[in-house]
Ligand binder design. Sequence first.
Ligand code: MD3
Ligand code: FE
Length: 203
Amino acid sequence: RRTHLGPEAWVLRGFALPHVETLLAALAAVEAAAPFRHMRTPGGLTMSAALSGCGALGWTSGPGGYRYSPIDPESGRAWPPMPEAFDRLAREAASAAGFSGFAPDACLINRYLPGSRMSLHQDRNERDFGAPIVSVSLGMSAVFLFGGHARSDRAARVPLHHGDVAVWGGADRLRYHGILPLSGPPHPLLGGRRINLTFRKAG
Ligand code: MD3
Ligand code: FE
C-alpha cells in the first residue's frame, strides 16, 4: 500500500518487511564499525536519538555546525561501506515512489530509545535537493510529524511502523519534519528501540 503524504511524498507500508533479516545482519556489521553515539548540536545540546552511518559520506555535528564528512570523527577512519542490501532497498523504494535513478552515497542511522525524539527540522545539508530521501523504519512504532515549509506550519501526525518506507523529494524535499518522543510497547524482534535508516545523495 502506497499512501500519499504530500504531492511528492509517500509512505510505502511494509515495503521493507521481506528484507528485515538481511537488513538487521547488515546493520550489525555497520554498528560494529561505527557504534551509535550521541551527537551535539552546534549550540551544545546533546541529541536524544543516537547516530551511526555508512556509505561514502556520514553526517556529523559539532561546534563547527552540521556537515557531511568522509571520515567518522569518532574513529578517524572512513565510514563503513554501504551494505549491498541497504543500497538495493533504497533504490527499489525510490523507483516504487516514482523517483528513478536514485543513487545514495550516505545512509544516516538513527536509534531511538523510549523518550528519544527529533524536533522539527529541515534536511538541508545535502548538496543537491533534486535527489529524494528514502527512510526505512524498523522496530518500535513512532509518530512522524510532517510539517510545511515554515517551522510554524501545522504538522500532520503520521504513524510509522516496522517495515514502513517513506520516500520524499521534489516539492516536499524541504518540508519540516520530526519524530514525537518514542513510547509504546517494545517490538517483538528489536525490543525497546526504533531504528531509522535515511538514504541520501549528500555529495
Ligand atoms: C521529511 N529522521 O534523520 S525520517 C533525519 O525517523 C530524520 O529518524 C526521522 O528526520 C527519523 O533527518 C524522520 C522520515 C521522513 C518521512 C517523510 C518525510 C522524513 C520526511 C517527508 C518530508 C520531509
Ligand atoms: Fe530529517
